[in-house]
Design a binder for this molecule. Structure first.
Ligand code: FE2
Length: 367
């Protein structure tokens, strides 16, 4: 795409078509000192209160800049690359990272190693790209002292506090308020489907793991549901249409939220999966419809629980796993507490943390 000037009108030339850019669109983007605060990159004027019927009086393109004088007296030079970066309506950083489908055959995911200045390093950039490709990542050698997981989360973005606290300790305990705090086998699930919004990313940090069981399991909800779309569209359609209620009840709180098990975006593409069959309640629907729904959910459950789709591994002390709770399901095999300690710490962050960090690192390293 190229920016062209014809008789004080400014056009985008897309190769096969040419469209005039609205003068006010350009007027809003004036970035001289009097228009834009250089530190915050925030406007020093309020375009929403201005008359949008401005015209370009004079314009000139040279050395990668366009110099414009408007008929309301404002004038400035604008960087053409900066303008061009706004021609796409899509997010160019996150959406340009293609998701990689994976199943039990996955064996080449890179592990990352924690070191000094990790959060501002090129390594951190590569880690985040890998996270968006696979939906999870493991970092070795992360310090375990003083709830370091919270510092870790806050060094990427901000920890997402919930009613379980800023972070939670995963070990078996008496009278648990969640099955995570038992020694039971946990089938693949996503966390907290009853929240609005559902926490985006879970961090799990292994502090101690002396038991022979207690393996971590992961399933790619993206791969499973994309395959289902191809192999059994009827089942896929029911699961992406029927909204169910997820709920969580504790002494001091009652949480609930509604969603399809396969949630699609406006273009009918994958957006999020929720799966936690101990917490989901389908509304009362016509009997036939419910019959279809229950069969569809069973099929999805079988796929999520199939060995073909699952990877299984043991987290070692100091391993920190970061997983996309909107895409990847996690679980654990059962363990015997008599064998020793098993202690993990967890917390959540949201996508604004990883997205904000990734954009910052791309800018910093000119990537
Ligand atoms: Fe969980």
């Amino acid at each position: 795409m190229k920016i062209e000037l014809i008789e004080n009108k400014i056009f985008i030339n897309k190769g096969d078509s040419k469209e005039e850019i609205h003068p006010f669109w350009l007027r809003e983007r004036l970035d001289g000192e009097e228009f834009l605060d250089k530190g915050t990159q925030q406007r020093l004027f309020d375009p929403s209160s201005m008359n949008c019927e401005v015209a370009v009086e004079k314009a000139k393109i040279s050395d990668g800049f366009i110099e414009i004088n408007f008929n309301d007296g404002a004038s400035s030079r604008i960087d053409l690359n900066k303008l061009a970066s706004e021609f796409s309506n899509k997010d160019t950083v996150i959406k340009s990272i293609n998701k990689v489908k994976w199943d039990s055959t996955l064996n080449d995911v890179k592990n990352f190693e924690y070191k000094d200045n990790f959060f501002e390093s090129k390594e951190m950039h590569d880690l985040l790209v890998s996270f968006y490709q696979y939906g999870f990542i493991i970092i070795k050698n992360v310090p375990t002292e003083d709830n370091f997981i919270v510092q870790f989360a806050n060094s990427i973005g901000s920890v997402r506090r919930t009613n379980f606290g800023e972070h939670f300790n995963v070990r078996s305990k008496l009278n648990p308020n969640d099955l995570a705090y038992t020694t039971l086998h946990l089938t693949p699930h996503t966390d907290n489907p009853y929240r609005n919004p559902v926490p985006c990313i879970q961090l799990l940090h292994c502090i101690e793991n002396e038991v022979s069981g207690g393996f971590s399991t992961l399933v790619d909800g993206y791969t499973v549901t994309e395959n289902l779309k191809k192999d059994d569209p009827d089942t896929y359609n029911i699961l992406s249409e029927v909204k169910v209620r997820f709920k969580f009840t504790d002494k001091n709180v009652m949480l609930e939220d509604w969603s399809e098990l396969i949630h699609l975006d406006e273009e009918k593409n994958f957006k999020q999966v929720r799966f936690s069959p101990r917490l989901d309640y389908v509304p009362i629907l016509e009997k036939n419809k419910l019959d279809q729904y229950y069969k569809a959910r069973k099929k999805l459950s079988d796929l999520y629980n199939s060995e073909k789709n699952r990877i299984e591994f043991k987290l070692e002390p100091k391993d920190l796993m970061m997983m996309d709770n909107h895409r990847v399901l996690h679980g654990r095999t059962k363990f015997d507490p008599e064998e020793g300690k098993r202690f993990l710490q967890g917390c959540y962050i949201d996508f604004d943390s990883t997205e904000g960090k990734l954009r910052h690192l791309k800018r910093k390293f000119n990537l």
